[in-house]
Design a binder for this molecule. Structure first.
Ligand code: NAD
Length: 421
């Protein structure tokens, strides 16, 4: 616990504050903030689904289309019991910033359904996913708004969505979503792209701090797509994975956890808990574990006024979106922790989604080497530019503020040239 008083952990409020500060710091027209402060379009829809029992349940779904000054809206769809309109709006804003930052020609979008996917059967999940496309199909499209996977959605969900959209259009239109299986226009390397990008960002951050990556101790919160692949990729770089956790609990071994055996254990038991040779820890304890690199890869608002003080890592690389609150950020900054912000650290996902969309558009497939090399180039360059920008603007700036300012400047330039200002 710290002595600070926690402010409200509303992700939308925090994002708006940073956007306003960025516009002011850069001395841009206040109209830039007016464009960015709310989505261009926010749609809510009821999604009726016939459950396996024969009963009909009506779920609530959202799609936020934040800003398309750089290109079509782009962003994942989240299935989670705590999805709210504010969360979806903030997630779509981060997509706008992320695309600007990493230089992919997309705007920001995001969607969600309020549901508990852990208790849906496969068939119920399929009907829900198809229902989402029927509800929102008129505002989606390969040139308009392109969803992708997010928390509790995966390549299978994307395949159902691509199929449903193609049914509506009466033509194969797989480019409407990315993160698809390879057999229906997916891109090799997309599944692990967010983690691969995060691993590149970690490597660059470690270089900046003169921290040898080989032997660096890593703790990862969240062991799904992003967390699981990050563990594998960083272990391959020579890091020691000392702790991981999922929504239920965590496991710890200072000598190192075998990432691939842990993935197999999670697959067969449904949780990381009980992994042979590990000690149980809570999600809170995981954040405070003695390590060099901490990767939050689960949900928002984890590193807060209450938890940031006990973080021991030198680098926090945000695989998740919005895991650190403004209070948490301030505490980490004061402690000298290098935070690689979400809009940079997890931008590998949208980068390879962009590669997938390009390949869909011209009906050709790149090999893994091409995808991974192009991803590496994008992340390394984005890290370099943001790091430089942050430090050019004085040592009082943290990397999140630097990243926001860098992205907002690019958005403002595009608004200017398109005649929006
Ligand atoms: P996922 O559903 O594959 O995995 C989420 C993991 O987090 C699961 O292991 C779950 O058990 C765990 N979890 C949930 N709540 C938790 C909690 N309170 N504490 C600890 N663990 C918890 O989702 P994902 O795709 O890996 O996404 C994780 C994060 O990464 C999200 O913030 C998402 O927005 C972000 N992200 C994902 C992608 C992508 O390509 N999938 C891209 C960019 C950012």
């Amino acid at each position: 616990m710290t002595e600070e008083i926690c402010t409200q952990d509303n992700v939308l409020t925090a994002t708006l504050n940073l956007l306003r500060t960025s516009v002011e710091n850069l001395k841009l027209s206040p109209v830039v903030y007016e464009y960015l402060k709310a989505p261009s379009r926010f749609v809510e829809a009821a999604i009726p689904v016939e459950m396996d029992s024969g009963e009909v349940k009506v779920f609530t779904g959202y799609r936020s289309q934040h800003n398309n000054v750089l290109g079509p809206y782009k962003g994942g769809i989240r299935y989670h019991w705590e999805v709210t309109p504010d969360e979806v709006k903030a997630l779509s804003m981060w997509m706008t910033l992320k695309c600007a930052l990493v230089g992919v020609p997309f705007g920001g979008g995001k969607g969600g359904i309020v549901c508990d996917p852990r208790i849906l059967s496969k068939k119920e999940k399929e009907r829900l996913s198809r229902g989402y496309i029927r509800a929102f199909g008129s505002v989606l499209g390969p040139e308009l708004d392109i969803p992708a996977p997010d928390v509790y959605t995966d390549a299978q969900v994307m395949a159902w969505m691509a199929d449903e959209y193609s049914n509506i259009r009466q033509a194969p239109a797989f480019g409407v979503v990315t993160g698809k299986p390879l057999s229906v226009g997916g891109c090799v390397g997309r599944e692990e792209a967010t983690s691969r990008g995060c691993a590149f960002a970690v490597r660059e951050a470690a270089k900046a701090l003169d921290l040898p990556i080989k032997g660096a101790r890593v703790a990862i919160q969240g062991f799904g797509n992003v967390g699981g692949h990050a563990a594998l990729l960083l272990a391959a770089e020579g890091c020691t994975i000392v702790a991981v956790s999922d929504s239920r609990s965590g496991v710890y071994n200072p000598e190192g956890l075998d990432a691939s055996a842990l993935i197999a254990h999670k697959k067969s038991t449904g949780a990381v808990a009980g992994f042979p040779g590990s000690k149980p820890i809570t999600n809170l304890e995981l954040l405070a574990v003695d390590c060099d690199i901490l990767i939050p890869a689960a949900m928002e608002n984890q590193i807060t006024c209450d938890t940031a003080g006990s973080v021991k890592a030198r680098i926090v690389a945000e695989g998740a979106n919005g895991p650190t609150t403004p209070d948490g950020d301030a505490i980490l900054f004061k402690k000298g922790v290098l935070v690689v912000p979400d809009i940079l650290a997890n931008s590998g996902g949208v980068t390879v989604s962009y590669f997938e969309w390009v390949q869909n558009n011209y009906g050709f497939r790149w090999d893994a080497e091409t995808v991974n090399k192009r991803l590496e180039d994008k992340i390394v360059e984005a890290f370099r530019l943001v790091y430089l920008f942050t430090h050019q603007n004085g040592s009082t700036l943290d990397m999140r503020t630097g990243a926001y300012m860098y992205a907002v400047k690019k958005l403002s330039d595009a608004m200017q040239i398109r005649g929006w200002l």
